[in-house]
Structures are given as structure tokens and as C-alpha cells.
Design a protein around this ligand. Structure first.
Ligand SMILES: C[C@H](O)[C@@H](O)[C@@H](O)[C@H](O)C(=O)O
Ligand SMILES: [Mg+2]
Length: 457
């Protein structure tokens, strides 16, 4: 239902913060290309005239967050003074304004820093909408009539794969059995897999210890980083396979380390360890390369996964159309928020590709759980072969953290998109002024930032 009482919903402030956590110290989150990530985000707070708030973020790896923060400041003009109800009543038009402004689009379009910045603001708007409706975000999406939900999507560039009318028809058809699915979800949650066992910077001892820990927590699917040295990869993946046994599932993630032929050759050497998928084998822009890898690895029973750095719905469209991805990993902050993510889910559904969202970053688990739960109740109607990534870091910093029990995400109950930080977290981890950062500069754990980074302060 569109919001009828607009009073007080004028957006009067947009605050943005550079928030960073020192995860590189323990190698947490490290992979073949991101060897020392400090899990970070550009964190947006929107305020309305009647003091409602919307919180949204986009994930980053440390340096570079200052650039996203500046881009978000440049986007302020599109939001300030707008009534949130007017935005939601014609969200696709607002989406076009912020992602395709005549001057700003030159620094995109619909990709890179510009799109990350737009995503943070759009995520905050979706959070605000769910808070106004007093529902968790997934439930807001489930309760929206298909016409209203689809009205938030910009179908430009994808209409040869899916049209507005087709999307509405599909969503209407899938209403059948929704009540039973809601019940199943609330009683059973949604399956998760863990990436926490095999970050690139972890020793074999740590990997084996963590495999046991996550086995005991009920996990059946384990993801490991690969891509620096093939002999190391065989050894590390064997450690995992030995710990988890043949009955559990191993996935590997190269984070774009290889050329196309290199990816094929490397994966043939890991094939005896029976990985379910190789994630991001090569450049996230190489659609045909992914297709070649998919075709070459099919006889080995290895699928290709990807999407965490897929810039927008157009690239997703090509990956899905060309058979380049067997597992579609939408990311809640890389593309233009839920407006664009819905389009990707709809295309994946139409082209029969399973969505297993990416969540290796701050706040991503919190967000993607909502999307995948909506998908289960309203679109795919299936959890079969689908998993939400679970990265066991930084959840304690959120006021409504995701909850994973017995390797299943429990459906969020509180209103919003689950990405509000606890106030003390901002005092401690805002970069570079937060008390934790000041302490780490003082004891030389990290060098003080240079002048360019101080532009944000
Ligand atoms: C730098 C990050 O931790 C990535 O390694 C992470 O997002 C990863 O690719 C994943 O799939 O979780
Ligand atoms: Mg990955």
C-alpha cells in the first residue's frame, strides 16, 4: 500500500560516515587479491522532518571508503528536501535520477564508486520505508502487491529478457502456497554456508580448527579461498576435505585471480577434491570468459559462481544469458540496491539460475538475508540448492544483527533492513577520528592517514 500520510516524511538530513574495522590484523576477510582488507563501509543516516531515520551502507575494504563518502555527499542534492513518500510512490523514477543524472552519470554509469554511493543512499531509503511500515524489510517486500513491487524497478536495458508485465504475472502466479512458505521460513529459517573457515591469510591449523568449529555448529557447506599458489590450494582444500568428509560440500573462491585458461587448468587440479563451485575465477567483466570456464568445468561437476563485483543488471543479464554463471551471487551494496536486485532475481528466475547471495563484508549478511527470504516466499518458492553466505564477523556492532542457528538464518523480526550500527560503534570505529583508530595510530598498529584521506574529516 502506498504511504497515504506524507506529513513529516520530508528528508531533512543525510549524514555519511567512513566506518572501518581493523580486520586485516588477523587476515580475516583476506583472499587472493584482497590480501589485507579492513572491513569498512560508507554509512548513511537519513533523517525526516518527524525524526524518523533510515540507515544504509555500502561495503568497502578500507582505503577508498573516503572516495565513496565524497560521492555520497555529491548525491545529497537528489534526496534532501524530497518527501520519502513521493520517492516510494515512484521509486523507479527516483532510481533513474540518482543513477543517471545528466552530469553525474559520466563517472559511472551504473558502476564503480558512483553506483556504490547510490546503493548506500538507496539502501537507507529502503530501510526508512520498512521502518515507516513497521516491518522487517523482507516482509515489506513480501506484503507489497506485485504491481507496487515491480514499480520500483527500472527495466531499461533488460526488457528483452523480462518486462514489467511479465514480472507482475510471475509474482502473481507465485502467490500460491505463500502462506505455507511463510510458516516454513518462520519455523526453519534459511540455510547458510560458511566462508569463515578458509580466508587466505589463515594457517592450516586455523583452517582445520575452524572446520571443526563450524561442523559442530551444524554447517554442511564450507567455502575456501584459492588462487595464489596451486600446490598451497591443493593442500589447504585437502585439509578442509579431510575435516568435513565426503558428505559435506566444499566451494572455492579465487576472487578474480586467473586468466581464463589458467582458471580451467587450475581447477582441473582441484577437481578431485570435488568443489561444488569455483567463484570469481576471472575478471568480473569477462562474460564470455565465464562461459568458457563453465563449459570446460561442467564435465568435472564444478559450477561457476559470481556476482559480488558484477556492476549492474546489464552485466548480470549477460552472465545469466550466456551460461557463464550457475550460481548468481547478488550483493546488497554493489548494484543499485533493492530496485536493481529485484530485477536480477527476476532474470535469474526466468533463466533458471539459482541465487546464492554474497555476504563477505560488513553488514552484507544483515542485508542479503532479507532478499533471499523474500525470494523464497514470493519468487523462487524454493530453498533447494540455495544458501546464504555467512561470514562470522562484525555482527555484534549492529542493533539488529543477523542470527544464524544450526547453520540457518533466522528470519529478522525487527523493522528495517538490519544495518543500524550501535551508537558506540560509530564513536569507536569512524575513520580516522574514532577512539579505536586513534588508539591504533598512537600505538603504531596502523600509520596515521595522509592528507588526502583527511579530506573527509
Ligand atoms: C575481501 C572480501 O572478504 C572477499 O574476500 C569476500 O567478499 C569473498 O569474496 C566472499 O565471497 O565472501
Ligand atoms: Mg567471493
Amino acid at each position: 500500500m502506498p504511504i497515504t500520510n506524507k506529513s513529516g516524511l520530508k528528508i531533512i538530513a543525510l549524514d555519511v560516515k567512513d566506518v572501518r574495522f581493523p580486520t586485516s590484523l588477523g587476515g580475516h576477510g583476506s583472499d587472493a587479491l584482497h590480501t589485507d582488507p579492513n572491513y569498512s563501509c560508507a554509512y548513511v543516516t537519513l533523517t525526516t522532518e518527524d525524526r524518523r531515520y533510515g540507515y544504509g551502507l555500502t561495503f568497502t575494504c578500507g582505503r577508498g571508503t573516503e572516495v565513496v563518502v565524497l560521492a555520497i555527499r555529491s548525491f545529497k542534492r537528489f534526496v534532501l528536501g524530497m518527501n520519502a513518500a513521493d520517492i516510494f510512490a515512484d521509486f523507479a523514477s527516483f532510481w533513474k535520477t540518482i543513477t543517471n543524472d545528466s552530469q553525474m552519470r559520466w563517472i559511472g554509469p551504473e558502476c564503480g564508486v558512483a553506483h556504490l554511493a547510490a546503493a548506500a543512499i538507496l539502501n537507507a531509503l529502503w530501510d526508512l520505508w520498512a521502518r515507516i511500515e513497521n516491518k522487517p524489510l523482507w516482509r515489506l517486500l513480501v506484503d507489497m502487491e506485485p504491481q507496487e513491487l515491480v514499480s520500483t524497478i527500472d527495466f531499461r536495458y533488460i526488457s528483452e529478457v523480462i518486462t514489467r508485465d511479465e514480472a507482475i504475472r510471475i509474482l502473481k502466479e507465485r502467490k500460491s502456497g505463500q502462506g505455507a512458505r511463510l510458516k516454513y521460513l518462520s519455523e526453519n529459517g534459511y540455510p547458510a554456508y560458511t566462508t569463515q573457515v578458509g580466508w587466505m591469510g589463515y594457517s592450516d591449523e586455523t583452517v582445520s580448527h575452524l572446520c571443526k568449529k563450524y561442523l559442530n555448529l551444524g554447517f554442511t557447506h564450507f567455502k575456501v579461498k584459492v588462487g595464489v599458489n596451486v600446490l598451497d590450494d591443493i593442500r589447504r582444500c585437502s585439509v578442509v576435505r579431510n575435516c568435513i568428509g565426503d558428505g559435506k560440500v566444499l566451494m572455492v573462491d579465487a576472487n578474480q585471480a586467473w586468466d581464463v585458461n589458467e582458471a580451467i587448468d587450475w581447477m582441473k587440479k582441484l577437481a578431485h577434491l570435488k568443489p561444488l563451485w569455483i567463484e570469481e575465477p576471472t575478471s568480473p567483466y569477462d562474460v564470455l570468459g565465464h562461459t568458457a570456464i563453465s563449459n570446460a568445468l561442467k564435465p568435472y561437476g564444478i559450477g561457476v559462481a559470481g556476482g559480488e563485483m558484477c556492476a549492474n543488471r546489464v552485466l548480470f543479464k549477460q552472465f545469466l544469458q550466456s551460461g557463464g554463471l550457475q550460481f548468481c551471487q547478488i550483493d546488497a551494496a554493489r548494484v543499485g540496491s533493492i530496485n536493481e536486485i529485484l530485477a536480477i532475481y527476476l532474470m535469474a528466475d526466468k533463466l533458471n539460475v539459482k541465487v546464492c547471495p554474497h555476504a563477505g563484508g560488513v553488514g552484507l549478511c544483515e542485508m542479503v538475508q532479507h532478499l533471499q527470504m523474500w525470494d523464497y516466499v514470493s519468487l523462487s518458492a524454493s530453498m533447494d540448492g540455495r544458501f546464504i553466505e555467512y561470514v562470522d564477523q562484525q555482527h555484534e556492532h549492529f542493533s539488529d544483527p543477523c542470527i544464524v542457528e544450526n547453520a540457518r538464518y533466522i528470519a529478522p523480526k525487527l523493522r528495517g533492513y538490519s544495518t543500524q550500527f550501535l551508537p558506540e560503534v560509530l564513536d569507536k570505529f569512524t575513520y580516522p577520528t574514532g577512539s579505536e583508530w586513534q588508539r591504533m595510530f598512537e600505538d603504531a598498529t596502523f600509520p596515521e592517514p595522509d592528507e588526502a584521506e583527511l579530506l573527509n574529516v
